[in-house]
Design a protein. Structure first.
Length: 328
């Protein structure tokens, strides 16, 4: 089969190749999936650079999520049951950017036919993270403020729509002026362009600071989001797009009782009961249909143009880049 492969970690635009590799064989409890499409997420790019929480064993194939059709089961009841189904494919082992992928039967989630490929391919990572952060980890109540950075991205947009759906209010931090109106049209309550006075502007907009904040950027942006918290406020860090550390002054942290926590979907999902996850998938399906947890501005590239795809994904202001995988 053909797959995207890298032999060493490094700049994704330099190290990725499309070449012939052996088709993976599913073991017991696993399924073989004929892949249809897979997004280029920030986590994939970090993985290829060797900067992610999971280290690749080269030669490796990237791709943590995607959509495909279950072709075969390696044994086990669930795998047999999934055969022939169109599924969202979660893969933290061998990668989805190839004509076929192998993952555990528990990590393929049937997706109804009325959910298009682009949405099915992005069915898990961002929707589950947006729901888990707002509804489970922080449990932001109606009327409460949630501040977020990287608000114009795919996940940020879902958080804005979840705010509309469940009644919490969002303060959204972006890095370009033109994104202010765009996000307001999508339902953002407040949109602020990042800058040195961001903490004061967050405090002003929220009447004293946000009780909750989420930050996938880190660096100065993360520091400012932390400083914009209300007394007793909680910041959840869940990414490091800037590649830079957050500066923490212990004095206000202690005096104002601020908390910094972390979130990683893979770990969180493993800690949940099966029933919780099944309910989560059901909620994602229904909110994807409503357009609340849908991915906007999808740009497709054929798998053979993976180098152009990863370059595009790393450009400021890019939408979600999707690799279209057409098997032979
Ligand atoms: N911990 C977890 O389990 C988990 C799960 C899902 C996602 N995440 C993280 O969530 C983040 C967003 O994912 P996504 O799929 O929404 O990505 P995305 O659609 O590519 O959007 C990324 C957004 O981040 C902004 N951004 C990129 N680099 C930045 C920087 N250095 N400073 C400030 N803003 C920056 C971009 O701004 P522009 O619009 O200006 O380009 C864009 O709006 C990623 O860091 C991802 O790793 C973490």
């Amino acid at each position: 089969m053909r797959a995207v492969v890298f032999d060493r970690v490094g700049d994704p635009a330099e190290v990725l190749q499309v070449r012939e590799v052996d088709r993976p064989e599913p073991g017991r409890g696993e399924v073989l999936v004929r892949m249809v499409a897979s997004p280029v997420n920030p986590s994939d790019l970090m993985y290829i650079r060797g900067e992610y929480g999971i280290r690749p064993e080269c030669p490796a194939t990237p791709g943590f999520e995607g959509v495909g059709v279950v072709e075969a089961s390696g044994g086990g009841l669930l795998g047999r049951f999934r055969k022939g189904k169109r599924v969202a494919v979660v893969n933290d082992r061998r990668g989805n950017w190839g004509e076929y992928a192998v993952t555990t039967a528990r990590q393929v989630i049937p997706v109804p036919a009325d959910i298009p490929d682009a949405q099915a391919a992005t069915f898990f990572v961002n929707p589950a993270t947006a729901l888990a952060l707002t509804r489970h980890v922080l449990n932001v109540a109606p009327g409460q403020w949630l501040a977020q950075s990287a608000a114009a991205g795919a996940l940020g947009t879902m958080i804005i729509r979840l705010g509309r759906k469940y009644g919490f209010r969002t303060v959204n931090v972006v890095r370009h002026d033109r994104q202010v109106d765009e996000l307001k049209k999508r339902g953002a309550d407040v949109v602020l362009v990042d800058g040195t006075d961001l903490p004061e502007r967050i405090r002003h907009a929220t009447g004293g600071g946000a009780p909750f904040a989420i930050d996938p950027v880190g660096g100065e942006t993360g520091t400012r989001i932390l400083e914009g918290l209300a007394p007793g406020g909680r910041l959840v860090v869940f990414g490091s797009l800037s590649g830079r550390p957050i500066a923490v002054d212990p004095r206000p942290l202690i005096a104002r009782d601020l908390r910094i926590e972390n979130f990683w979907l893979g770990r969180w999902a493993k800690q949940q009961r099966v029933l919780t996850m099944l309910k989560l998938f059901k909620t994602i399906r229904s909110l994807a249909r409503e357009g609340v947890l849908s991915t906007e501005r999808v740009e497709e590239f054929p798998m053979d143009r993976v180098t152009d795809a990863v370059r595009r994904a790393a450009e400021p202001g890019a939408g979600k880049v999707l690799l279209r995988i057409v098997g032979r």
